[in-house]
Design a protein around this ligand. Sequence first.
Ligand SMILES: [Zn+2]
Length: 320
Amino acid sequence: MKLLKFLQIILLLLTAAALSGAKATLILKGKLYRHAGAVSRELKCGYYVSGKNYCIARGRENFIFRPERADFRSSNISVAGSFPARQIGGHLYLSAIDVNTILRPLFTPRQSIRRHGIRRIILDPGHGGVDRGAAGKSIIEKKLVLQIAKRCAAILTRCGYTCILTRRGDYSVPLNQRTAFANRSKGDLFVSLHCNASTDRRAAGIETYCLTPAGASSTNQKKLSNTAFKGNAFDGNNFLLAFEMQRSMLLRTKGHDRGVRRGRFAVLRNLNMPGILLEMGFVSNAAEEKKLADPAYQEQIARAIAVGIISYHRRIYNCR
Ligand SMILES: [Zn+2]
C-alpha cells in the first residue's frame, strides 16, 4: 500500500514536471489542442514519456502518441486520430477533438458517453442483389456477409438479444433505407458487415469504422467537414463500440490489425443509435479469402462480433 502511494506521488511529480512552463491549451491552424499531460491529469491517468513515445495509461488501456502522427496505439490496436499529435517545445499536444472522442469515452465514460439500454441489435449485411460487393476467386461479398450476419444473429439471440437484419436474402437495399429501417425498428445498436478488396494482393486484415466527428477529416480522405450528422450525437459511443469490436475481432480471429478508423459512411450518418461498419478481411488476399471461405472461420468471426457487442454492452452497463 505504501509503495502504491509512493508510486502515485512520483507519477504526480512527473506529470507536474512535464507540465511546468507549458501552456495547457493552444490553437494550431484554427484547431484547439490540449497538453497531453494536463489531459492525463484530468482523466486521472498516468502520463510518461519514453523517447518519442508519449503514453497516457490507466488499467489495461495504454495509449501511445507520437509527434506528428495521427495513428495512435492502444495495446495491440491502432486508432486513427482526427489530427496528428504536435510536439511543441518538448511538450506534446493532442487535438481537443481526439481528446473528446477517443480518450474521454475510454477513460471517463460516465461523463462522456450516452448511457442506453441494449436489447435490439441491427445487423446490416452490406450489398445484395445486383450489387455484389467485393469479389475474390471463390467469395462474393454479398453472400459472405449475409452468412456471417445470420450466424451472428443466432448467437446474439441465444444470448437474449433481439436481432434484426436489414436484409435476409439476396436483394438490393438502398443505403438510406438501411438506416431508416434501423431507426424505424428502434434499434439500440447498428453493425454493418463488409469485406475488403484491394489491387494490392498483399493487403490483409481487419478494420472497424465509426462515423468521423464533425470538424475532422475521415481516415481515407483529406477533406475536412464541419457537418454534424445525426449519428455524431453518439461520437463517444461509436468509438467505444468500434474499439471493443476491433479488440474482439483481433483476439478471436488473430487477424492483422488495420485499426479503428473514421469514415462518413452513408449507413452511419443518420443513425439514431450508436453504429459501426466492420471490414472483416480482404477477399483479394489469397490466404485471407481461403480463411473467409471456411465455415469454421465464419463462425469464429460471428462469435467475435457478438463478443464485441457484449463487451461494449458491459462498458455501458458498468458506467450506470
Ligand atoms: Zn462492402
